[in-house]
Design a binder for this molecule. Structure first.
Ligand SMILES: Nc1ncnc2c1ncn2[C@@H]1O[C@H](COP(=O)(O)OP(=O)(O)O)[C@@H](O)[C@H]1O
Ligand SMILES: O=P(O)(O)OC[C@H](O)CO
Length: 504
């Protein structure tokens, strides 16, 4: 009998394949980074073919490290950076343009135009999202309007659109030779095109955006057999049986299955997801409404989400653009050279500010600089920016739900940083809890796939796999906490209102 489930986690900075056993423990993994293509300020692209090559290679790495073959694998799950948009030719598999990444802000003029035309706000409640550059819909419109020949080819039915889950699934299941063109509800809920209640594409919205329906993938649940892997692959004929956007996958991997449960993931950006069960809740405090998961024909679970664009990517920026550190982990050592932030606040509004502010006109600022400030203070302020942004999102969740969060379950690449986790507990005033398996994103996709094929039998069985590793308790008092948050909020207002006709 097959003993493992394989998860493919296609993230913003890298692609991973992770093999899990029945206890939800990591057996082996492969990982490769891909290029961040930054052609102009505000533009962020990935090469979809490089991503697909990397996905194939990391699958090989994971299988060979554990010395297993396809016969040992019950199912494959896919999880992905969300909103990132690919358009490709259905006969050749060639993308017509690079993938436009979720952080990319080039579509602000499209957003402004659609907003000016009026009436678009009425869709916000239907789709749970504000009209913003973040979501896939405006990126697809940009490709149709700016890539030569794209509109005509799309209207002739020659082009396919997908978020990264769809691109990976289509290629994995045969590409031009019968590849399955589908997405799951969680990814579809990030396009601006899906009605949250029906979980279907909304024709009125599609016609407002002028997007041909024939390009869109079929919307399926997060846990069902979509197809089997094509014959030439190492995974030949293994069922692909789970798809979840990466933040929803992390929530599933943290076993936050029920209303009132939540998690916060610290990766390239930070994403807090708060499960609202079968209820669609609309935020009055700057959070998004999204689908949390849907298992087969069961009712969908919804969630509120606080999306922060820049957290771990600020650490990367200090490494790659400023050369302040040589590795991401070094930021902790550098931050430890000083006792506090020296009065410095760093608001990394590189793509404007997402939740809870939604200010596309904001840009990054470092405030509080004096002659006293050194590299250590900058490193510390950069780490603290992640914790402060999270604190603001949690204030919004508390306000929307009417209940204060009792503790915060965390995961993602940055939770290796104990200094950050301690500071997070300090500014929140509640414990921060890290599980044994921090690869919760991949684990969630594995769980969804394993449930569909009977590898796991119930959510209860999955909950029993969750084990606490470390708990950070708050160490500062309420007065100091509110002083720090007050200064942070003051710094945030300094980032506003930068982009205007002179600065785009
Ligand atoms: N020890 C660390 N301290 C702070 N940030 C870190 C540390 N290790 C990794 N990171 C940051 O975490 C991010 C990678 O996390 P990961 O969860 O793999 O991201 P993603 O899924 O978005 O690709 C990078 O942006 C990196 O800068
Ligand atoms: O690739 P990650 O983990 O930074 O996640 C990106 C998010 O899905 C964007 O919405």
């Amino acid at each position: 009998m097959a003993e493992y489930v394989l998860a493919i986690d296609q993230g913003t900075t890298s692609s991973r394949a992770i093999l899990f056993d029945h206890d939800g423990l990591v057996v082996s993994s492969g990982q490769l980074e891909h290029r961040q293509i930054l052609p102009r300020p505000g533009w962020v692209e990935h090469d979809p073919l490089e991503i697909w090559r990397n996905v194939r290679e990391v699958i090989g790495q994971a299988l060979s490290k554990a010395d297993v073959t396809r016969h040992d694998i019950a199912a494959v799950g896919i999880t992905n950076q969300r909103e990132t948009t690919v358009v490709w030719n259905r006969s050749t598999g060639e993308p017509v343009y690079n993938a436009i990444v979720w952080q990319d802000t080039r579509t602000q003029p499209i957003v402004d135009r659609l907003a000016k035309d009026g009436g678009i706000e009425r869709f916000s409640l239907r789709v749970g999202l504000p009209l913003a550059t973040y979501f896939a819909g405006t990126k697809l419109v940009w490709i149709l309007e700016n890539v030569e020949g794209a509109r005509a080819a799309a209207e002739a039915g020659e082009l396919l659109f997908g978020t990264i889950d769809t691109w990976v699934l289509w290629n994995l299941t045969g590409g031009p030779d019968g590849g399955v063109h589908a997405t799951d509800v969680t990814n579809a809920s990030r396009t601006l095109f899906m009605d949250l209640e029906t979980c279907r594409w909304d024709d009125e919205i599609l016609s407002t955006f002028d997007v041909p329906r024939s390009m869109l993938p079929e919307i399926r649940s997060s846990s069902e057999v979509y197809g089997v892997v094509e014959d030439s692959s190492l995974l030949r004929r293994v069922p692909v049986a789970g798809i979840l956007g990466d933040q929803q996958a992390a929530t599933f991997g943290q076993a936050a299955f029920d209303a009132g449960e939540s998690k916060n993931t610290y990766g390239t950006g930070n994403f807090l997801i708060f499960n609202t069960g079968e209820r669609i809740v609309h935020s009055t405090n700057g959070l998004l409404t999204t689908v949390g998961y849907r298992l087969g024909d069961a009712a969908p679970h919804y969630a509120l989400e606080g999306s922060i664009a820049v957290t771990g990517s600020l650490v990367q920026w200090l490494r790659d653009n400023l050369g302040l550190i040589a590795t991401a982990a070094e930021i902790e050592t550098l931050a430890a050279t000083v006792a506090d932030n020296g009065g410095v606040y760093f608001v990394p509004a590189f793509s404007g500010l997402f939740a809870p502010h939604w200010r596309p006109d904001a840009r990054g600022v470092i405030v509080g600089l004096t002659g006293f400030v050194n590299r250590g203070h900058l490193a510390r302020a950069a780490l603290e920016a992640t914790a402060f942004q999270t604190a603001e999102v949690i204030e919004a969740v508390n306000a929307d739900s009417g209940v204060a969060l009792a503790e915060l379950k965390v995961d993602g690449g940055m939770v290796a940083n104990a200094t950050l986790m301690q500071f997070q507990a300090d500014v929140l005033g509640v414990p921060v809890v890290r599980p044994v398996v921090t690869e919760t994103t991949a684990l969630g996709a594995a769980y969804a796939a394993g449930l569909a094929v009977g590898f796991w039998s119930s959510l209860g069985e999955l909950s029993a796999n969750w084990h606490e590793d470390t708990r950070w308790l708050p160490r500062i008092d309420a007065a100091e906490r509110s002083r720090q948050l007050r200064l942070w909020k003051k710094a945030v207002t300094r980032s506003y209102d930068w982009v205007d006709d002179d600065v785009r």
